[in-house]
Write a protein that binds this ligand. Structure first.
Ligand code: ZN
Ligand code: ZN
Length: 289
């Protein structure tokens, strides 16, 4: 191929990459809400450890670095981490099993979202012990805080055949998109625009009010680690794939147009998942430190 057409090809490739960015996890808004909620619920020891481990540029705010793991996964240095953002479950099974599903495409065990949560939890548990020079605990904190958010996005535990809804192309109101992106970003963005004056702080505050108010009876169940371990990602994954089947995939086939019916019935699901993510991230960090 001649130099000219090669350059042209690159322009096409780069423009396509710009218009169809690869799907990420919860958008920045979702991750920020999870980490804001979590940081407000830390006990003294955990709050101190988080302050010590946060990079200086975060200025003490965990939420500001909660999407770091998404930002670096396209860099050569961190490309190995991209399978850690999701769990692929078998098509239409609506269940998840660690031993069956937690691996990357090369079949390496533990290379999935649940494995990553266990791994970074174990690393952080070395904080303050003599062995802590072995790991980069700042990165471990940023990864863990991001991944606990991701595992609460139902389509991050979706079907392998449609890449967690990424290949289900449909319309969100008048906008062409895919089902995965609807759950990462568009549901939250629409809620912000319609009900919160595009103010993320107000939205997050609303979730926090519900945590102390309408969900207060559920919070201690959310916080508990059913496995007696410091982290318990497997039940979260089970819960997510169930929600993926009952809410995300339901009534959202390819080429459909999702509108008010879908938006208004799914928004409570997303809000509860974000709240759970925040409560459970805090509970995990409190157990670790
Ligand atoms: Zn995503
Ligand atoms: Zn992610």
């Amino acid at each position: 191929m001649g130099r000219c057409s090669c350059a042209l090809l690159w322009i096409v490739v780069i423009s396509l990459a710009f218009f169809f960015p690869p799907a990420e996890s919860w958008g920045k808004e979702g991750h920020s809400a999870v980490c804001k909620i979590a940081q407000s619920r830390l006990n003294k020891a955990a709050a101190d450890a988080v302050q010590k481990l946060l990079p200086d540029y975060a200025e003490g705010d965990l939420a500001s670095v909660c999407s770091w793991a998404d930002e670096v996964k396209y860099l050569a240095k961190y490309r190995w981490s991209s399978p850690l953002h999701f769990i692929d479950t078998p098509d239409l099974k609506c269940n998840y099993e660690y031993s069956r599903d937690c691996h990357n495409t090369q079949g390496e065990e533990g290379m999935c979202l649940a494995g990553a949560i266990n791994n970074y939890t174990a690393q952080l548990a070395t904080y303050g012990k003599s062995s802590d020079a072995t790991y980069n605990l700042t990165e471990a904190l940023l990864f863990l805080s991001h991944f606990v958010g991701d595992i609460h996005q139902p389509l991050h535990c979706g079907f392998s055949g449609d890449l967690g809804g990424n290949t289900i192309i449909l319309h969100w109101y008048g906008q062409k998109s895919n089902l995965h992106h609807v759950w990462d970003t568009l549901l939250i963005e629409t809620a912000l625009k319609d009900f919160y004056d595009s103010d993320l702080a107000l939205f997050t505050q609303g979730l926090q009010t519900n945590i102390t108010d309408s969900w207060s009876n559920d919070v201690s169940t959310w916080e508990k680690s059913s496995t007696k371990g410091l982290a318990c990602p497997n039940p979260y994954g089970m819960e997510s794939v169930g929600l993926a089947c009952n809410w995300a995939y339901k009534d959202a086939p390819a080429d459909s147009v999702l509108k008010d019916d879908y938006f208004l019935s799914r928004l409570p699901v997303i809000e509860e998942q974000l709240a759970k993510g925040g409560v459970r991230l805090a509970a995990t960090l409190n157990r670790i430190f």
